[in-house]
Design a protein. Structure first.
Length: 307
């Protein structure tokens, strides 16, 4: 027998918000998927292989046969063109696991007229693009708390489906930080968000994820207005996480203090990352996504070499 009951008004309102959030994400995702693939294509060169002999399917080079090794490795067609016997070597393709987290909390919806797109859309484009690049390069990619590590070529579509389903379940309460769970050794994490949480919470999360030796890369997404604070005169500021409002008379008088606090916050984040051997970078939404993706891919490859 199925236990069923009617939803009370508050539950019905929450369910409606979740459905609206899921529908809005589903509406935006097709364009974001296209953007992610286009950005990934611009930095695709150089992803495949790490140019070492080993187990894999991609041809690397021919080398002379060494007495004592198995004759099944001999390439007879190549050997027939010379007076030597050659072995066909394949490229080393040991897969790594990378965990990609994309911030979808309320503050990520912010967008100014100076930006190319909202912070949340830029985070999704970068996260999906790096997942696509990594899978095409032979790696496994997962989203912490949402999926296991996968190596399917349809990783972008798979992630999109998971994100929509998560939005349907928890649309009005997306986490500001990834799960503070230890990642396995020899794995890497990519965290993309605005990281406006308290420095202590951010530090705790990074230290927890890195506690077993996992490497990580933090990309802080910022709208250009958030960096320059161009407000003047009478201005009203709204808190996206609550109904709080702040009205000030001369907004420009707060600029120096705001910029100093922002710098201190980022210094704290940078220190938390460096203390665990993680990288930290700031990416503004008025700059091309490919710029951040290329830098991120290079940091990931450096991390794989160190693993």
């Amino acid at each position: 027998m199925v236990d069923a009951r009617l939803l009370d008004p508050s539950e019905r309102a929450a369910e409606a918000r979740h459905q609206r959030g899921a529908l809005d994400l589903a509406r935006r995702l097709p364009a974001l998927l296209v953007a992610a693939r286009e950005v990934a294509a611009t930095v695709m060169h150089g992803v495949h292989g790490r140019k070492r002999a080993g187990v894999g399917e991609t041809f690397w080079q021919f080398r002379p046969f060494v007495w004592g090794e198995s004759t099944t490795r001999i390439d007879w067609r190549r050997s027939a063109r010379d007076d030597r016997v050659y072995v066909r070597e394949r490229e080393w393709e040991a897969a790594h696991t990378v965990w990609v987290w994309m911030d979808r909390s309320p503050s990520m919806a912010y967008v100014s007229t100076l930006a190319m797109q909202p912070k949340v859309d830029r985070a999704l484009v970068l996260g999906l693009a790096i997942a696509d690049l990594l899978v095409r390069g032979g790696e496994r990619v997962g989203m912490p708390g949402l999926t296991r590590a996968l190596a399917t070529r349809g990783i972008v579509e798979r992630f999109a489906q998971v994100l929509i389903e998560d939005e349907r379940r928890n649309g009005d309460t997306p986490a500001e930080l990834p799960p503070a769970q230890a990642l396995a050794p020899r794995t890497q994490a990519v965290l993309i968000g605005d990281f406006l949480s308290t420095p202590d919470d951010i530090r705790t999360t990074i230290h927890a994820m890195a506690s077993r030796g996992a490497l990580g890369h933090v990309v802080m997404i910022a709208d250009p207005v958030e960096e320059t604070f161009p407000f003047t005169g009478h201005t009203e500021f709204l808190d996206v996480d609550s109904s709080a409002r702040l009205r000030v008379g001369e907004a420009e008088s707060f600029r120096a203090d705001y910029i100093a606090r922002l710098a201190a916050h980022r210094d704290s984040m940078r220190e938390a990352c460096l203390s665990r051997g993680w990288s930290f970078a700031v990416h503004r939404t008025d700059r091309p996504a490919a710029q951040a993706l290329l830098a991120l891919r290079m940091r990931l490859e450096a991390g794989q070499g160190a693993a």
